[in-house]
Ligand binder design. Structure first.
Ligand code: NDP
Length: 276
């Protein structure tokens, strides 16, 4: 029987993960079986236990189960412990389940390798304080930015996240409400909210962009996201959506499961074409 993998979420119909992983398997010249699992909102543990009991080797975890996956894992990688979320589960040789998060590494690889930009000594504005932002904060800090400002609609969520990272990483993260965002251009502005999913425009001033600003939306879609549209309209020349991050985080998961590092460029280009 082919090795069994799946992505678990709710909803899950939209997921591109099976297409991405089947391209990775072609590169490895191996036959894997990768499916989508829609777990009931109150049935994550049962769905996942059953999958592994029936011989499953690895899972990707998506909205809204990343915190539950963190609790489900028997052991955690350091980066998963740091972010408080798990997007990858792996059955180990002794039968125990390892939890990891590959979102942060996926983001960094896309930004630095695919987008050919840097973080070192940059001023960074991050919008949102949910699971995705928690996963990208540690690797951003590790790349030595000049400053990080965290903005969230629910301010105490941003405060809690910043406090946790300020303690762990000894890097001061500044907190701001949308109304109080400092009206000067930032080098890198990351939209880590789900506002683009809802096709909403964020209440951000247009003065935070200039021609040197790199605007990155973790969300991706066939057409330009509202955040990136606003960024371009206000001067940002360099922009990217989260498709590259999606493929890069999947490649990191694939490596964790199978010790094979897939080529990502061709996969990003193929999925981009399929979105059209
Ligand atoms: P969460 O639900 O954990 O967090 C959502 C965040 O968005 C919160 O900060 C929330 O603020 C904010 N938010 C939601 N709606 C609005 C709005 N209308 N205006 C302002 N803020 C809003 O989600 P995730 O962190 O898991 O995901 C965030 C985004 O990142 C999604 O678009 C997701 O698709 C994308 N993502 C992309 C990945 C990739 O590989 N490309 C991987 C993971 C995520 P509040 O706290 O106030 O509710």
């Amino acid at each position: 029987m082919n090795a069994q993998y799946a992505v678990v979420g709710n909803p899950i119909a939209h997921s591109r993960s099976p297409d991405i992983h089947s391209m990775f398997a072609q590169q490895e010249k191996s036959n894997i079986h990768y499916t989508k699992l829609c777990a009931p909102l109150d049935g994550f543990q049962q769905t996942v236990s059953q999958f592994f009991a029936q011989g499953g080797m690895g899972l990707n975890i998506t909205v809204p189960f990343k915190q539950e996956a963190y609790l489900f894992a028997d052991s955690l990688t350091e980066r998963a412990k740091e972010s408080g979320a798990v997007n990858t589960l792996k059955k180990q040789h002794d039968g125990t389940i390892l939890g990891d998060t590959t979102d942060g590494e996926g983001f960094i690889k896309d930004l630095i390798i695919n987008q050919n930009t840097t973080i070192n000594q940059k001023t960074i504005l991050i919008l949102g304080a949910g699971g995705a932002v928690a996963s990208i904060l540690a690797p951003i800090i590790a790349h030595n930015p000049k400053s990080i400002t965290l903005v969230n609609r629910t301010i105490n969520r941003a405060q809690k996240l910043a406090e946790r990272f300020n303690t762990i990483n000894k890097k001061h993260i500044e907190i701001s409400s949308y109304e109080e965002i400092k009206q000067h251009p930032y080098d890198l502005i990351i939209n880590g909210t789900s506002s683009s999913l809802q096709e909403n425009y964020l209440p951000i001033p247009n003065t935070i962009f200039n021609t040197n600003t790199f605007a990155y939306d973790l969300f991706y879609s066939a057409k330009m996201t509202p955040f990136l549209e606003f960024a371009q309209k206000n001067g940002a020349i360099h922009t990217a959506d989260g498709l590259g991050m999606l493929v890069e985080q999947a490649a990191e998961s694939y490596f964790l499961w199978r010790n094979f590092q897939p080529q990502t460029r061709i996969v990003i280009d193929t999925i981009r074409q399929q979105l059209q």
